[in-house]
Design a protein around this ligand. Structure first.
Ligand code: EPU
Length: 439
């Protein structure tokens, strides 16, 4: 059922909220628990939809999952892993992108896996060819079936050499989760090195894996015979922290994000400061605020780590509608991540989209006719509108726009935001937003 908020905008967001573990790390650490033969304990776990989806899939495979929601601690006991019925797995089709990461661990534990068709945000084609090529290279057989893929490893998995065509986060995680128990050495070149991946490396090392990361995006994994459970506290969600920072800027507010961590956000903080936002790094978080006066326009490009994250882009674009002059945003990670700007234009923004690369980074989308650059003229006053949320980050951005806009907006599809933002509406209340649930 779709949930709808009526938002009375035009007032700043002020107050203090807390972010917990990263959405793009926690579900992967949950999958890693499958590789151990003793229980694992993961803390700082947020209450978000992706955690529920992965808990459900783990339980179908015989893992005992016990989640203490109030303190954010997950106990995962994989001692009785078993095959699940395809029909039960199928119920999870389209729910998330995480199920593809079950391949390696299930192959090691059971010798086969059925992976349902994936879900996730519609921000591009989101193929899984790198994942499947990686699995095949370890010796797995991959077969497309109705509703998903069936994977087997008749002769066991062996170490291999892989070079990713692009530093894909998911394909790097796929390779790590498969290589740790494969026989022999795996060398992965062109790997993604996002902080969430480094935290997964920490988890796997605690479990007994041997993994080294070089400065040139090469990761070497020496396969071991067995792994044990881990105890780990998830790194904080730097996407959520940056989203609230952008909300402070767009609404002229002042938000302290407890739990936010500076080292993982260096690139964002530089951009935030260049636009004219102020921040103060505290012992237990970061305070972000609009210092008054004009915000400044900027030219930015999204990129893999340590570049400016693609997931920071959408909330920042809303803040840029309030900056003086012409801002340019070149999206180089996803080919279709500007769909959310239609609604911003409907609310009075002036965002023009281009197929050309408006930036200096050589981009894979250059010759491919994808609308992947944006020019934002500002400042433009925003006014309320009826908006339908398109995806997770675009949805958060629509909410910021509605909160910044004068008048009333009706925003539908709020449940999409809860996939990645814990206690979203409670946090809005803490920040003194004026809104009402109408459905
Ligand atoms: N790609 C391929 N083939 C593949 C895999 C990826 O062509 O087999 C392409 C993608 O189409 C995309 C690029 O490579 O153009 C990068 O994709 P990547 O694999 O890095 O993304 P992902 O693992 O599917 C994760 C996050 C995304 C985040 C990206 C980039 C999770 C669950 N999702 O996706 O988060 O944007 O990395 O950092 O970790 C979000 O949180 O809203 C979100 C979309």
């Amino acid at each position: 059922m779709t949930s709808v908020l009526r938002v009375n905008g035009g007032r700043s967001l002020n107050g203090e909220i807390t972010v917990r573990g990263a959405k793009n790390f926690v579900p992967k650490a949950m999958v890693a628990a499958l590789l151990g033969h003793t229980p694992s304990v993961l803390s700082n776990v947020p209450l978000i939809q992706d955690v529920n989806v992965v808990s459900g899939l783990l339980e179908l495979h015989g893992v005992k999952v016990d989640f203490d929601e109030s303190c954010g601690v997950l106990h995962l006991d994989p001692t009785s892993v078993e095959s699940a019925h395809v029909a039960d797995i199928d119920a999870h089709a389209g729910s998330s992108r995480i199920p593809i990461l079950f391949c390696g661990p299930l192959l090691h534990r059971l010798g086969e896996a059925f992976i349902p068709d994936l879900g996730g945000c519609n921000i591009g084609g989101r193929p899984i060819d790198f994942h499947l090529d990686s699995l095949r290279s370890f010796g797995a057989r991959v077969e497309k079936r109705v509703g998903g893929i069936h994977i087997t490893n008749p002769d066991g998995l062996h170490g291999t050499q892989i070079e990713l065509p692009y530093p894909s986060v998911g394909a790097t995680e796929q390779t790590l989760l498969t290589a740790v128990l494969a026989k022999g050495l795996t060398e992965l070149r062109g790997a993604a090195v996002e902080p969430e991946i480094m935290d997964l490396v920490s988890v796997l090392q605690k479990m007994g894996a041997i993994i080294s990361v070089d400065t040139d995006r090469t990761i070497r994994i020496e396969g071991v015979d067995e792994l044990v459970g881990y105890r780990h506290s998830a790194l904080p969600d730097r996407i959520e922290a940056a989203s609230w920072a952008s909300a402070a800027l767009a609404t002229g507010g002042d938000i302290t994000v407890l739990g936010a961590s500076q080292p993982d956000m260096t690139t964002f903080l530089n951009t935030f400061r260049k636009i004219g936002g102020s921040f103060d790094v505290l012992e237990n978080g970061i305070r972000f605020w609009h210092p008054g006066g004009d915000l400044r326009s900027i030219a930015i490009e999204t990129n893999v780590h340590p570049g400016l994250m693609t997931d920071w882009q959408q909330p920042l674009v809303v803040a840029l509608t309030q900056a003086k002059g012409l801002s340019i945003v070149h999206e180089t990670v996803y080919e279709k991540r500007f769909g959310f700007t239609d609604a911003l234009n409907q609310m009075g923004a002036q965002v023009q989209l281009y197929r050309e690369c408006l930036g200096s980074t050589p981009c894979r989308f250059k010759q491919a006719n994808f609308v992947h650059s944006a020019a934002i003229s500002g400042p433009t006053p925003l006014h309320g509108a009826d908006i339908e949320i398109p995806d997770l980050r675009g949805g958060f951005s629509h909410m910021i726009a509605a909160l910044a806009a004068s008048g009333t907006s009706t925003v539908s599809g709020i449940e999409m935001i809860s996939r990645g933002y814990e206690h979203f509406t409670s946090k809005l209340s803490l920040l003194d937003a004026d809104f009402k649930e109408v459905k």
